[in-house]
Design a protein around this ligand. Structure first.
Ligand SMILES: [Zn+2]
Length: 180
């Protein structure tokens, strides 16, 4: 890449991040969330789903632009970043990072129930998975101890693998159901 292309790419990344920050504020307002921890996880989720729509969206087969994909995936992505922390509400802070919540289990339940219903549902499921996986990978950086699993290293391996599995999208339908 020549110098101009690098500058253009850098500007695009800064702009995308600024947009992510603004969208994050809107989503947090929408759900009445104020905690810094929540804001971090949610912002990371938005950045991941932006990157996902940019890098992985198969434009030939999806009949859908990145922006449209992003808008549909945004709220399920947010919910994916929230889900693992629901164990605090259900089990108390002592049960936080329970492996049932900090695993790809909830993703694969949605994957099998909704993943192939229609392209729209598929994107909702992908959004949820990207949000969930981004939560686990962020937990690796801000090390979170996962219950029942011994040792810091195995916790991180657990979070990494479960994050990776949450990024596996349901297969595309062979025929598009869209009329337009
Ligand atoms: Zn967590």
């Amino acid at each position: 890449m020549n110098r101009n292309k690098w500058i253009k790419a850098a500007i695009a990344i800064v702009l995308a991040f600024a947009i992510a920050v603004i969208i994050n504020q809107i989503v947090l307002k929408l759900f009445g969330q104020k905690s810094a921890d929540r804001a971090e996880h949610s912002l990371v989720g938005i950045v991941f789903v932006m990157a996902y729509s940019y890098i992985f969206l198969d434009k030939k087969n999806s009949h859908m632009g990145s922006a449209e994909f992003f808008l549909i995936a945004l709220i399920p992505c947010y919910l994916g970043t929230v889900f693992p922390d629901l164990d605090i509400k259900l089990l108390g802070i002592g049960g936080h990072r329970n492996p049932l919540f900090h695993s790809c289990l909830s993703y694969f339940i949605l994957f099998f129930i909704l993943g192939r219903k229609s392209n729209f549902f598929r994107i909702l499921v992908i959004g949820y998975g990207v949000g969930l996986g981004s939560h686990f990978w962020w937990d690796i950086i801000y090390y979170g101890d996962v219950r029942w699993i011994p040792g810091g290293f195995s916790d991180r391996v657990w979070l990494f693998i479960n994050g990776l599995l949450s990024f596996i999208p349901p297969r595309t339908e062979t025929k598009s159901t869209r009329n337009t």
